[in-house]
Design a protein around this ligand. Structure first.
Ligand code: ADP
Ligand code: MG
Length: 200
């Protein structure tokens, strides 16, 4: 479904982030991506999501619809939580689903709050609820639970796994927590930092 072959990528006037990266992902598979800060995990998700173009190599993506949870929750600051979620709905008739999605992330009482009234962890949960409402057959999740305590992370990982398997969706989940990777994924991909010598 997704095949990455010999992928290289550099930001303009910067050293390469990867060279010769190979990776594949099948329908319904849950992959964890780990690696030290700055090794290119977010860049890899942006390449897979089509927000960046490879410098060389190829990304063949047969998934139909991608839901992206960015590392920094990108909520509209002038809209309430409910209105932020409404932005991904096709019809107002779906509004009952907003309540369900907020229930899944444990934020039912927050519908009328604005993003600035939420903690970092709450914002990331709204972001996740928005991605679940949007739906898709591939979820790109960039450290969605980084700001949450362990009990909540465990609970959300459980909810997310149920959601993904009910919807036969695949996911790439970037995390720093080995326990989260083990709890979430079928497979783990370790992204190594580029050696200085390779970028010369
Ligand atoms: P990670 O998510 O693993 O922490 P990133 O993908 O954010 O890593 O970054 C990988 C490398 O690319 C880092 O060296 C970072 O400084 C650099 N980088 C990230 N975004 C940009 C950008 N927009 N322009 C230039 N360099 C960038
Ligand atoms: Mg990152």
């Amino acid at each position: 479904m997704l095949q990455i072959k010999d992928l290289s990528f550099s930001y303009p006037s910067n050293t390469p982030v990867f060279a010769g990266l190979n990776l594949d992902l099948q329908k319904g598979e849950r992959l964890a991506v780990m690696g030290p800060s700055g090794c290119g995990k977010s860049t890899l998700l942006s390449l897979i999501g089509g927000l960046l173009k490879p410098t060389s190599g190829s990304i063949t993506n047969h998934f139909q619809k991608i839901a992206f949870v960015f590392q920094e929750p990108r909520l509209f600051p002038w809209l309430t939580v409910r209105e932020n979620l409404e932005t991904v709905l096709n019809s107002k008739a779906d509004v009952g689903r907003i309540h369900e999605a907020l229930e899944a992330v444990g934020l039912v009482d927050c519908e009328e709050l604005f993003p600035e009234e939420l903690s970092g962890g709450m914002k990331s949960r709204v972001s996740l609820a928005r991605a679940m409402l949007y739906g898709g057959d591939l979820f790109l999740l960039d450290e969605p639970f980084a700001a949450l305590d362990e009990a909540l992370r465990r609970d959300l990982i459980g909810q997310l796994k149920v959601y993904l398997s009910q919807n036969e969706a695949a996911a790439i989940f970037v995390t720093h927590q080995k326990e989260d990777a083990e709890a979430f994924a079928n497979r783990c991909f370790m992204l190594s930092p580029r050696e200085k010598t390779e970028s010369l």
